[in-house]
Write a protein that binds this ligand. Structure first.
Ligand code: NAD
Ligand code: IPM
Ligand code: MN
Length: 356
């Protein structure tokens, strides 16, 4: 039987709650498809600070590097917000992404037909939405130097080199070739030098992909257009901070931030993580939506383990749960038949796997 080593990072807040449900579903699908997953758990974020004194212990980096793929929940919380920046959970996550070299963060926003009436937007606006946000993940203003805050003056540096733009751009064009062959590159080239280089480089890459239609949009307009008419987008490629913001917006287009998974890929071990955070406001209540994490696990099966049949089964099991009217609280406002807890949703999806 084929066996894979999976590193697990649950993190803080709702992290452990949602990762446990994804593991439940992974166990069901690996059993049903005849392969086995061996999990090893590692610490990162606030919990790692509490237990080891650092947000990213060495063993975590080494363990994940030695695994076939990593499933990650979320980190952060008020308890650690006043620590010096290099000791904060978020810094641990950024250093982790950098250590794994995961420059491409793929954040699909696809509407489930079953949820067209569950969004805060009108059904006719969102029906059929299928967007792939390709976010550069280990560069830009998040990592640029110099950076400083001396109490009077504070600054960060938004920097991209041409090779950094080329590698994320090529990823986006390759993805577009497998989709509707349309890319919208989002920047702020009317104001920022770094965006001008981004735009010029995207134009250069486009010459190698004559079948792909490349357009450009300023980020402020893109934020508006995503809500006005999301169906105009196929692939969106953008830098680190713009991608962070636009993907949260895209999540509400399809109904809830609790639905959006992601794959962070690069040269080493890929990380699969929901786009949302540790949601301290609902942690411990058993109401978080686990679907973003369960879908992240499906992306892991598809992209890192080559188990696309198993990934398809997870997709189908989620769809069935939604079709049967089960909703976590975030999606309960409009057409839920039954509002269920985090773990009930995990049970329902895992049980559906055996019925497929
Ligand atoms: P958040 O994404 O944690 O929460 C924003 C809102 O969405 C909250 O109201 C929350 O309850 C809701 N929400 C998020 N996930 C949900 C889910 N699965 N089901 C239902 N509702 C959900 O963002 P925030 O509140 O700005 O940040 C909270 C903490 O998380 C901060 O410490 C932040 O730094 C951290 N954070 C971590 C990650 C990560 O680990 N990748 C991502 C974003 C934020
Ligand atoms: C995300 C988060 C992180 C980011 C934070 C917690 C560092 O918002 O994964 O989207 O900005 O990348
Ligand atoms: Mn974010």
């Amino acid at each position: 039987m084929k066996k894979y080593d999976i590193s697990i990072i649950k993190g803080d807040g709702i992290g452990p709650e949602i990762v446990d449900e994804a593991i439940k579903v992974l166990d069901a699908v690996s059993y049903s498809c005849g392969f086995s997953l061996e999990y090893k758990e590692y610490l990162m974020g606030g919990i790692a600070i509490d237990v080891t004194g650092t947000p990213l212990p060495k063993e975590t980096v080494e363990g994940v590097l030695n695994s076939d793929a990593c499933l990650f929940g979320a980190i952060g919380g008020e308890k650690w917000d006043t620590l010096p920046r290099d000791l904060r959970p978020e810094t641990g996550l950024l250093n982790f992404r950098e250590a794994m070299g995961v420059y491409a963060n793929l954040r699909p926003a696809i509407i489930y037909d079953e949820l067209v009436n569950a969004s805060t937007l009108k059904p006719e606006v969102i029906e059929g939405v299928d967007i792939m946000v390709v976010r550069e993940l280990i560069g830009g203003i998040y990592f640029g130097k110099p950076r400083e805050n001396d109490g009077f003056k504070a600054f960060n540096t938004m920097v991209y080199t041409k090779p950094e733009i080329e590698r994320i751009g090529k990823q986006a064009f390759e993805l577009a070739m497998k989709r509707d062959k349309r890319i919208c590159s989002v920047d702020k080239a009317n104001v920022l030098e770094v965006s001008q280089l981004w735009r010029d480089t995207m134009e250069e890459i486009a010459k190698g992909y004559p079948e792909v239609e490349l357009s450009h949009m300023y980020v402020d307009n893109a934020a508006m257009q995503l809500v006005r008419n999301p169906k105009q987008f196929d692939v969106i490629v953008t830098g680190n901070i713009f991608g962070d913001i636009l993907s949260d917006t895209a999540s509400m287009v399809v109904g809830s931030i609790g639905l959006l998974p992601s794959a962070s890929t690069g040269d080493k071990t890929a990380i699969y993580e929901p786009i949302h955070g540790s949601a301290p406001d609902i942690a411990g209540q058993g109401i978080a939506n686990p679907i973003a994490t369960i879908e992240s696990a499906a992306m892991m099966l598809r992209y890192s383990l080559g188990q696309s049949e198993a990934a398809d089964k997870i997709d189908a099991a989620i769809k069935k749960a939604l079709k049967d009217g089960y909703r976590t609280k975030d999606l309960a406002a409009y057409d839920a038949k039954e509002v269920v807890s985090t773990s009930e949703m995990g049970d329902i999806i895992a049980n559906n796997i055996s019925k497929l």
